[in-house]
Design a protein around this ligand. Structure first.
Ligand code: UFG
Length: 329
């Protein structure tokens, strides 16, 4: 299939590009490089620097490469930043997706796999989360993605040949097993990379955001899914989409680890005692988030190959150790 990947120079998008190519698909990457890295784009893929707001540029790329399916990763994805600058989130994430959909409509592209998020659920009443549970985001980032899910439902109802899947990610972690790709965010705020940057001496200390949560050890619990497992689900879904499909799947491993358990894992993997301090809660952090991915497992046979946290952290550590300056190194 000819596949266009928006955000293919970013962390998750770059891993998806590699897997698509390895599976025999032809890939065009579209990225405005505001957060992504040109060097993260596999050499086998074509590359076009286009902003999502440029509907005409997107349409040209879709037509010129005879695109049959799109994976849409390009987005801003910091919860905290979205609270301070909501317009940037609605503009990039919501308006950007609408611009892309207009291009798909003009170019008659009928398949889309969309990066949604666990943040569309907000503070869950119960865990594990299943896809049918209420969605009530608690920050602009979550709402900006929720809006796209809403638009997709309505657009697909109006065009019965169109098909899409919205994949709701939990905590994506790790790096390509072959060491070729990894995580390089600026600023980096995610727990596992921050711990590993501290192990490399690039952070003086890591603050645990709250130890008084109603969890067994008082720290937040999250479901960490390996980036390669997550991307494998994208390829599977893209290949499975049929006209009229409107699918929603959680992507998670179905078990949660506390912040303290993640720290212990990072210490085992690196063999180092990490500089940890305990601080206040971070606003907007739900105590427990983990999900059931039984639906995608039952319907498409997907399951996470990485189920052990140390194995996930090990792949991230291999990346950070060999690329201490990220893609600049
Ligand atoms: N944490 C710390 N210290 C840090 C960084 C994180 O204690 O320096 C804690 C957080 O409070 C949280 C856990 O580690 O309890 C994981 O935090 P991350 O920032 O790594 O990830 P989040 O769970 O906040 O965010 C992820 C995705 C978001 C998505 C969200 C859905 O990165 O895109 O899940 O809830 F919106």
């Amino acid at each position: 299939m000819n596949v266009l990947v928006t955000g293919g120079a970013g962390y998750i998008g770059s891993h998806a590009v590699k897997q698509l190519l390895d599976a025999g698909h032809r890939v065009v990457v579209v990225d405005n490089l505001c957060r992504g890295h040109r060097r993260a784009v596999d050499r086998r893929a074509a590359f076009r620097q286009i902003d999502l707001a440029d509907t005409r540029g997107l349409t040209d790329a879709l037509t010129a490469h005879a695109i049959e399916g799109v994976m849409h990763f390009a987005a801003l994805a910091y919860v905290g930043e979205s609270v301070g600058n909501p317009l940037a989130y609605y503009d990039n994430n919501t308006a950007g997706a609408i611009s892309l959909l207009k291009a798909l409509q003009t170019a008659r592209v009928k398949r889309l796999v969309f990066s949604s998020t666990a943040a569309t659920y907000g503070e869950p009443e119960r865990t594990p989360l299943v896809e049918s549970m209420p969605q009530q985001p608690v920050n602009p980032y979550g709402w900006s993605k929720w809006c796209v899910e809403r638009v997709l439902r309505d657009y697909s109802a109006a065009d019965r040949e169109f098909s899409f899947a919205a994949l709701r990610y939990f905590n994506v972690a790790g790096a390509a097993a072959d060491g070729s790709l990894g995580e390089d965010h600026d600023p980096e705020t995610h727990l596992i990379p921050v711990l590993l940057l501290a192990a490399l001496g690039q952070r003086e200390r890591v603050t645990v955001f709250g130890s008084d949560y109603p969890t067994p050890d008082g720290t937040c619990i999250r479901d960490y899914v390996h980036v390669e497992d997550l991307c494998a689900a994208h390829v599977l879904v893209m290949e499975a989409l049929r006209p009229g499909d409107a699918r929603f799947y959680n992507l998670a491993i179905g078990r949660g680890y506390s912040v303290k358990e993640v720290i212990a894992s990072a210490e085992r993997v690196t063999g180092l005692k990490l500089p940890i301090q305990y601080g206040a809660r971070r606003p907007g952090d739900p105590a427990i988030l983990f999900a059931d991915s039984e639906k995608i497992s039952r319907q498409l046979g997907w399951s996470a190959r990485y189920r052990d946290l140390d194995a996930i952290v090990q792949t991230a550590w291999n990346w950070f150790r060999s690329h201490p300056q990220g893609y600049r190194g």
